[in-house]
Design a protein around this ligand. Structure first.
Ligand code: AP5
Length: 324
């Protein structure tokens, strides 16, 4: 599956991309993360884009198109990918179409995250992220369990992005409405845009996104390891097929069973157990009764026999021996 995550800065693209890449087994390709890695590593490209990003402006189309063209040619993208932050302009969208067409590929879905601007401002100003693994937090809504410490890797000292100030977010929002929003006209007529309410809690947004993508909900969702896009990890090229909606993971080698079937089987087992117990109890009771009856019968018979052997005298005394 080749998916575009679309939305304003702070709409939750990165948050959902991490969940979706784990669930679908396809890599997240975040142009923002790639550019920030260049800045961090002090590459020529990093030096070139640093000031642009700090100002909340868009990096030139040429740079990001080249970056994405290289990235989607990597082996871990053969089974699909999730684009986060790209395309951001109509020329970028058209360039993406061309590079996919060269490979005989197309975009399968555009998942739009709908969040009002005032919420975006709050989210961005309160966002903190782990400098090591890239996990993202919101100081009041999605805080780490231990203050200033990453839940996932334990790194202390969560960071605020240099472009995450109110002034910069306003500039970024302006760019979004002017240059990125028109992309809907590119994908809308193809019937690819599926909009999700980005205001719900992240897990609910995730479930909605899965539904929109036509991927059944995972009954028992795997632990959201949320690997970082910065530490590129090898991924399975083919998308993992999630279990059907009501399926419960079956032990290895055993067929999957539905929740309903499991409940019915458990009920039947309890019923059988109860019936067996009751049968056993009746059997034991009967056996005890029979044993008792046999014993009583035997005792009565013995008593009768003994009585018949006794002398007939009323006193029951023995006759004196005859004198000679
Ligand atoms: P980029 O890194 O792509 O930034 P962005 O698009 O502005 O998006 P963000 O990363 O800020 O937000 P997000 O939607 O990922 O939200 P997140 O999940 O983190 O780009 C940065 C810069 O790089 C650009 O300004 C530009 O200069 C350059 N650039 C990148 N790509 C480019 C391109 N293609 N062309 C040109 N230039 C490019 O969530 C935000 C916060 O909200 C977090 O705190 C999170 O915890 C919280 N949150 C998320 N979901 C929820 C929820 N459902 N409920 C409550 N809180 C939530």
């Amino acid at each position: 599956m080749r998916i575009i995550l679309f939305g304003a800065p702070g709409a939750g693209k990165g948050t959902q991309a991490k969940r979706l890449e784990t669930a679908l087994g396809i890599p997240q390709l975040s142009t923002g993360d790639m550019l920030r890695a260049h800045v961090r590593n002090g590459t020529d490209l990093g030096r070139e884009v640093d000031a642009i990003m700090r100002a909340g402006h868009l990096v030139s189309d040429d740079i990001v198109i080249r970056m994405i063209a290289e990235r989607i040619a990597a082996p871990d993208c053969t089974g699909g990918f999730l684009l986060d932050g790209f395309p951001r302009t109509v020329p970028q969208g058209e360039a993406l179409d061309r590079m996919l067409a060269e490979r005989g590929l197309v975009i399968d879905a555009v998942v739009g995250l709908d969040v009002p601007d005032e919420v975006v401002r709050d989210r961005i100003v309160q966002r903190r992220s782990c400098p090591k693994c890239g996990a993202v937090y919101h100081l009041s809504k999605l805080p780490p369990k231990v203050a200033d410490t990453c839940d996932r890797c334990g790194t202390k000292g969560l960071e605020q992005r240099s472009d995450d100030t109110l002034e910069k977010v306003n500039a970024r929002l302006e760019k979004f409405h002017k240059e990125t929003a028109p992309l809907v006209q590119l994908y809308g007529p193809r019937g690819l845009v599926k909009t999700v309410d980005g205001m719900s809690p992240p897990d609910e947004v995730f479930e909605s996104a899965l539904r929109m993508l036509g991927v059944a909900k995972l009954a028992k969702r795997p632990a959201l390891a949320r690997p970082s896009a910065r530490t590129a990890s090898p991924r399975t090229p083919t998308a993992r097929k999630p279990a059907p909606r009501t399926a419960v993971r079956a032990p290895a080698g055993k067929p999957a069973r539905t929740v309903k079937a499991r409940a019915a089987a458990a009920k039947k087992a309890t019923k059988t157990k109860k019936a067996t117990k009751a049968k056993k109890a009746t059997k034991t009771k009967k056996a005890t009764k029979t044993k008792k009856a046999t014993k009583t019968k035997k005792a009565t018979k013995a008593k009768k026999a003994a009585a018949s052997r006794k002398p007939r005298s009323a006193a029951g005394k023995q006759k004196p021996a005859r004198r000679r």
